[in-house]
Design a binder for this molecule. Structure first.
Ligand code: BYC
Length: 328
């Protein structure tokens, strides 16, 4: 798998003295910065991962945005609004980090809107009840933190630095979700049923967020060697399960996995088989909400055209005024 990732049509990647020096810097925990030499495959991997991460943040605003007008209280509405705005901000930091690698925002957005770039599978599931907002914060943001804390130590400086602030905000998101679940789980029988139903529907898709099993992960070997990823998909998935199962039990909820049980010998929770066919269907564009999500993004892009045009016209005007002042 590693040798596959190093294949480069230009023949420039993987074998020369520059590559050895680059790998030595990575091994020494040096940070790689935008103007440093880097192998093309490293650059491509980062553009792919950072931009897909950015797209996930932006598409991730949609399922929760769906509940802003229906949040049960003003306090809940304010917190949800802040969370969704944070996600927009995360998308922007991440697009900016990707742009330091020589790709433009326009190219990245085009890749999303034409369906060429992926975004996290999790955002292709619907938010059917208020409890889903709790489950997203608790499970989806919980999984995101588990995956993203190690990215704060990623070898590429701009990505690592953007992840530090993102993780702080994700931590608030996770707590607001768990608090919603706590209130529902301690509420009326109907509220408890809502919380249980949300866990039933979000549990397995949350486990899929960590990506395919290690044996099927195309990029893990190279990304681990380059210290973009610090843990494999399966290792992070297991850490997430180990941290989350006791939280669910504390809430008095049952996980939709009859095989789930604590393994005293390994110290981990053993879990059942993930439906990887479902994961592949969602990635291929055939999940419950894929079409709806892309249609919403395309509409937003078209409706925002005047804002982009106005911003460009304003910038051009400012430049002209500055040039005129310089000439005087
Ligand atoms: N969904 O070789 P692999 C959030 C793709 S947003 C879709 O293991 P890698 C939040 C993968 O891209 C959460 N696609 O890949 C926002 C690759 O396809 P390509 C997003 C997936 O990159 C709002 C192929 O499968 N977080 O936190 O080594 C509200 C083979 O996989 C998925 C990030 O993006 C998936 N679940 O590892 C709340 C974190 N899994 O690109 C929360 C940064 C895999 O060859 N990303 N694929 O066409 C990563 O850490 C890594 O990219 C992954 C995958 C662990 C996701």
């Amino acid at each position: 798998m590693y040798s596959q990732a190093l294949q480069d049509p230009t023949g420039a990647d993987g074998a020369g003295p520059q590559d050895d020096r680059f790998q030595a810097r990575i091994d020494a925990e040096d940070r790689i910065e935008p103007n440093d030499w880097m192998p093309d495959a490293y650059r491509r991997t980062l553009i792919r991962q950072i931009s897909q991460h950015a797209h996930s943040e932006i598409v991730g605003m949609l399922p929760e945005g769906n509940w802003i007008t229906r949040a049960p209280t003003l306090r809940r509405k304010a917190a949800l609004l802040a969370k969704v705005q944070d996600e927009g901000g995360h998308g922007l930091y991440l697009y900016a980090a990707a742009e330091t690698l020589g790709v433009t925002r326009e190219e990245l957005v085009e890749q999303l809107l034409t369906g060429r770039a992926k975004y996290s599978s999790i955002f292709n599931y619907p938010t059917l009840s208020w409890a889903d907002i709790g489950a997203i914060g608790w499970l989806v943001d919980g999984a995101a933190i588990m995956n993203q804390i190690p990215l704060c130590r990623c070898s590429y400086g701009p990505y690592a630095r953007s992840m530090i602030r993102i993780c702080k905000e994700e931590s608030f998101h996770q707590r607001q979700g768990f608090e919603i679940m706590t209130v529902l789980a301690r509420g009326s029988a109907e509220q408890q049923a809502m919380a249980q139903d949300a866990l039933n529907r979000w549990w397995w898709p949350s486990l899929m967020m960590f990506g395919p099993p290690d044996q099927q992960s195309q990029h893990s070997d190279a990304s681990m060697r380059w210290k973009i990823k610090r843990f494999t998909n399966d290792a992070l998935r297991q850490k997430f399960i180990d941290a989350t199962v006791p939280q669910g039990h504390f809430l008095g909820l049952t996980f939709p996995d009859p095989v789930l049980r604590h393994n005293a010998a390994s110290g981990h929770w053993d879990f059942g088989t993930i439906d990887w066919d479902e994961f592949r269907r969602v990635l291929a564009g055939d999940g419950p909400c894929n079409r709806e999500r892309l249609a919403a993004r395309r509409r937003a892009h078209e409706e925002g055209a005047w804002v982009r045009e106005a911003a460009l016209a304003h910038a051009a005007r400012q430049r002209a005024v500055a040039q005129q002042r310089e000439a005087e």
